[in-house]
Design a protein around this ligand. Sequence first.
Ligand code: FAD
Ligand code: NAP
Length: 532
Amino acid sequence: MSDGQDCDVIVVGAGFAGLYMLYRLRRAGFRTRVFEAGSGVGGTWYWNRYPGARCDVESMEYSYSFSDELQQDWEWTERYAGQPEILRYANHVADRFGLRPDITFDTRVTQAVFDEEGRRWRVTTDTGETVLASFVVMATGCLSSTNLPEFEGRDSFLGETYHTGRWPHGGADFAGRRVGIVGTGSSAIQAIPIIAEEAAHLTVFQRTPNYSIPARNAPIDPAYVREIKAEYREFRARNLRMHAGFGSKVHHNDAPALSDDPAAREANYDARWHHGGFAFLGAYNDLLRSREANETAAEFVRERIRDVVDDPEVAERLCPDNVIGCKRPCLDTGYFETYNRPNVELVDAGERPIERITPQGIVAGGREFDLDCIVFATGFDAMTGAVLGIDIRGRGGKTLKQMWDAGPRTYLGLCTVGFPNLFLITGPGSPSVLTNMIVSIEQHVDWITACLDDLRRTGRATIEATRQAQDDWVDHVNAVAGVTLYPTCNSWYLGKNIPGKPQVFMPLIGFPPYAQKCAEVAADGYQGFDLD
Ligand code: FAD
Ligand code: NAP
C-alpha cells in the first residue's frame, strides 16, 4: 500500500456485508475502517424493527457460512428467525470476532472523491472527519434507503408517523389507536396481522394487491438442526448450486407446469402451499418464463385468498392480477385471515389513490379516514438509493449520479467504469436481491478480498472495469431478464416504485453461473479490468 493515507480500505456500512468485509480484510492484513450511520451493527435488522419483521429464508440458511464454529455454535429458535434474533446474531458475530473497535457508529459517509494523482480515495463523513484510503467498499445495502412518498400534506399530520424501515427502538404503542398503513409489500404483509391485533382499528391503503404464501413458521425442529449441523459444509455447498443460492432441501421440479394435468398440478401446488415458504415457486421450471404456466400458480393463490377471506368483495380486491413472482414474493403468517377481523378495513388506493394527508388522517377516493397513527410500509429506493446518497466522484470529477443517469451500469455488479478501487457489495448487475443475500454477500466479500490480496502481491495500485466489459455485462444482465417475466410488473427490481427513477432491471438472474463467471474473471488475471 502507498503512504500518505489513513488506512488501506474504508468500508461503508456495518450490516452483514460490512461485518464480513471487515473480518476478511483484517485477517488479510489490510488496515480497515468501517463507517456506519446507525448506532449498532446489523443493518437491515437494526433498522427494520416493525412488528412481525422476520426473515423469509430459513434460519439454517440465512446465516454466515464462513466459520464452521460459528454455524455449529449458534442456536436458532424458529424455522424463520425474527428480527430481534437476527439482530442478536449480528451482535454476536461482531463481538465474537472483535469487530467493533474498527467500526465508527453514528457516522454517515457523505462524500468519496478519487484523487487521480495520489490514487486514493478521500472519504468525508457527516461528523466532519476526512479519511484517505486506497480502496472503498460500499456495503451500504440494497434495501437501506427508505422511500417515503411525497404525499401532499404529509408533514401536516398531527398524529404519529412511522416507516417500517426506520422503526423506533422503543417500539410503537398502537393499543386503542386508529392506525392507517400505506402499502402491501413484504413489510406490510408481516406487520398488518400484528398491528391489527393491537390497534382499535386498522385501515390498509392498498395500491396494488400482492401474492403471499404462508410461511408456516414454527419453533425450529431440533432433529432438523442436528441433521444440518452434521453436514453443514455440504449443505452450504449444495445451496451454492441452487438458482437463488438457497433451498436445496426443497424439491425444485424441473418440469414445465403444463406437463402435469390440472389435478396433478393442483396437488403439487397444494403440497407446497402446506409446506410453506418459497418452495411454492419451485413447483415448475417455467413459472417465470411462461405466462400460461404462471397463471396456473397465480390462480391457485387467488383461490386460496377467496377460501380464506369471508367477504367475497374484499377477497376480489386482495386478488392480484399480475404475474406471480415478478415482484419479490411475500411470505406471511395469517395475512389474508386478518381481513376477516371486524377492526380491519381494506381501502383500494389503486383506482382511487391517496389524494393527500391532512392533520387528522388520509384522504383517498374522496373520503377522509381519521387516524391516530400512520405507518408507511412504502419500501425502499432499492439497489442504488444508498450508494447514490453519497456524493461519489471518480475520474475527472465525474459523479456516480451522472454516470448512472440512465440507470446503474456496472461490471459484475462489483465495479463501475471511472471509479477505480471502488467496490460494491451486491451491487446492481449481480444476483443480490434475487438470492439468499448472505450467500451473495459472502461470495462478493471473498472475491473482493482475494482481489485486493492479488493486487498487493503483484504490486498493482489500481483496478478499474473497462468500458467494453461493462457494456457487455449490462447487455448480458438485460438479456437474461428479457427472456423472463420479471420485467412485466411495477417492481422495485425495475425502479418503478420511485417516481423519476430510470427503469432498468437491476439484479442479474441466476446465482451459480454468476459466481462461476466471477471466479473465471479472477483466475484469468481480472479479465475485463485494467490493472495499473
Ligand atoms: P444492510 O443490512 O442494509 O446494511 C447496510 C448498512 O449501511 C446500514 O446499516 C446503513 O445504515 C449503512 N449505510 C448506508 N449508507 C451509509 C452511509 N452513507 N454512511 C454510513 N453508513 C451507511 N434478504 C434475504 O436474503 N432474506 C430475507 O428474508 C430478507 N429479509 C429482509 C427483510 C427486510 C425487512 C428487509 C428490508 C430486507 C430483507 N432482506 C432479506 C434483504 C437484507 O437487506 C439482506 O439480507 C442483508 O441484511 C443486507 O445486508 P447488507 O449489509 O448488504 O445491507
Ligand atoms: P415494497 O415491497 O416496495 O412495498 C411497498 C408498498 O408500498 C407497496 O405495496 C407499494 O405499492 C406501496 N406504495 C409505495 N408508494 C406508494 C404510494 N405513493 N401510494 C400508495 N402505495 C404506495 O416494500 P417493502 O414491503 O418494505 O419490501 C421491500 C423489500 O424488502 C421486499 O421486497 C423484500 O426484498 C425485503 N423484505 C423482505 C422481508 C422478508 O424477507 N421477510 C420483509 C420485508 C421486506 P405498489 O405495489 O403499487 O408499488
